[in-house]
Structures are given as C-alpha cells and as structure tokens.
Design a protein around this ligand. Sequence first.
Ligand SMILES: [Zn+2]
Length: 367
Amino acid sequence: MYTVPKLDDYSPDALDRAVAELLRSLEDESAALHDESAYKAFRDRWLARKNGVLTQVNDTWLKAAPGPAKRDVGQRVNALKARVEATIERAHEKLHASSADAKFAEERLDITLPGLHRPIGVRHPILRAMDEMVAVFKAMGYSIGEGPEVETDYYNFESLNFPPNHPARDTQDTLFIAGQDAKPLRERLLLRTHTSPVQIRTMEQQPPPVRIVIPGKVHRNDPLDATHSPVFHQIEGLAVDTNITFCDLKGTLDHAMKAFFGSSVKTRFYPSFFPFTEPSADMQVSCIFCGGKGCRKCKFSGWIELLGCGMVDPNVFEFVKENGYDSSKISGFAFGMGVERIAILKYEVEEIQLFYEGDVRFLEQFA
Ligand SMILES: [Zn+2]
C-alpha cells in the first residue's frame, strides 16, 4: 500500500515539491493501465475513503499543518484532488476507447476480398413447363384462371356431369376430407382430382365469351411409380363463344403443341369419352424423340398420347345457364393435359419421381 510521506517543511516550495512528487506517480500509474482490473485498483488506491492517497493527504498534510500554513496546504490539496479525479476519469475513458478499438479491429471486414459465390436457383422443370405452356395460351389471348385445391363434390364432379358411378368418384381415386358424412354429398370436401372445377367457377363469375387456361396442382390416390404420383399438375383450357367448333379446338391445340415442342410436331385426334365433353377426343403428338419414325419411347407407333379434349357438353352449360350460357346460342371446347407428362417429353426425363426427389444432380441440368 502506498504511504504519503509526512511533511516537516510547510514552505510553499516544499509543498510544491511534495505535490509534484505525487502527481508524477499519478501520471506514471495512469499511463501503465491496460485493463479494467488494473484501472479499478488504480482508482481505489487514489480515491478510497479509508487509506486512499487523497484521504492520507488530507490526514497527514492538511490536518497536521500548523495554523499559518493551513491555507496554502488547503489550496494545494484541493487542486490535487481535482487533478487526481480528472486523471482517473480520463484513464477510464481511454481504457474503454482502446477496448472498443480492439473490438472494431477484430470485427473488421475486408471488403476487397472476393465474396462467397451463391448459385442462383432456377425454376423447377415442372413450373417451367407449366409457365411455358401457359405463355403459349396467353399469347393467343387466354387469361389465367385459378381455384382452390380443396373442392366440393359439386364443383369437382356434379357440375362437370360426372355420373354417380364414374370411376373418378370412386374412393380408390379421390382423396376425401374426413368428417364430412353429415353434409349433403354435393357439399362434401375433397382434394380436387382435376383442374376442371375452375371451368365452372369461371363461368359462374363471368358471362361468355370465356378463354381461360387453368394451371394447378391436383391430387389422386395413386401410388408413386414411374408414371404416376399422388400429387401432380394439370393445365386445363376452356374457350366459350358463339360459333366455336371442333375445328377451333384442333387448330388451337395444334398451334399450342407446335409452339411448345417445335414446329415439326404433328397432332392427330382420336374419339374418346369424358363426362363433361361431347364429342370427346384424345390428342396425340408425333413422337418427340424419333420424329414419327418409331422408337422405344413411342412403342414404335410414331405417336404419343398427350391430352384429352372435346366440345363442352351442353349438360355442363345447364349449371351456369342463368349466367348467359345457353347451349342453343353458344358453344365451347375444353382440354386438359398433365404438366408432368409434357415436361417428361420436353426434357426427356425417364421417371416422374425425378421431379419430386429434389436431387440437385438432376435439377442442375435445368440451370
Ligand atoms: Zn418415337
């Protein structure tokens, strides 16, 4: 512990020398401070009430001073006190500033270093195929329609003229929402099995003419295999106007396939059946892989089946008759295609699972 020497000589010169001596050690100690604990020890040594240097100065110099010298000593002690307090405060500030400097130096960023390269993602091939096909129809003046994935039986089946025993209504195919048994059949909820409900929803919203293309996700209770998935995507189309004929349907789809797969692709139509179109057709495209010569992919027929289509059944228009859909005055066509199917053909993908596995090695080829 530091001990303040007693004074024998109270002359002004002797007092100044004694004060100067104390100030020298104050400055030396202050300059040597490097951390918080050293600073605290320094502060206590000078300011502590019990035995601190200032307390000692007060006791050994001021109180012991003879009467005539008291005033001189008092002035010097006060000046010393102010100096000590100021020095200690400055030491504290300096210590904190230098620790902040050290922190800044540690956290400093070198902005001249080359950055981390993060590859930019790309559209998933399913979305890409969907967007491209939608763009083909948008260019022909179609607008985009959307609807809920959780649908009522009415929109998914009844209003689309699905007979009660149609296989798609079967619980083997359709995923129903649980706990709906108390409701009337048409109000029961299910996961839509096709995007076709949006046709009725659109016709309820707007009178003819209608030209919409409907991309979306659909659900069926199919196990995942090379060509099936319980969740997949469709693009549905609907055109309703006066004097729409099967020729318009053929011309529109032929143009769309050429725009999507390339101008050398040919189309042909085979009779088929769908509850909501009459007549109905399956459309085939000339094999994308062999150009129609015949290969393993087209089972050596030169043709690949791609989508279902047909003229809108007048029974469907009956559900929206009040909104201007009088089948004696208007007609229309509809079509629906699987997005996975067109993506498999366009990108020559072997199995549908590849689209869903999220394997970067597969997805990278679309970058
Ligand atoms: Zn082929």
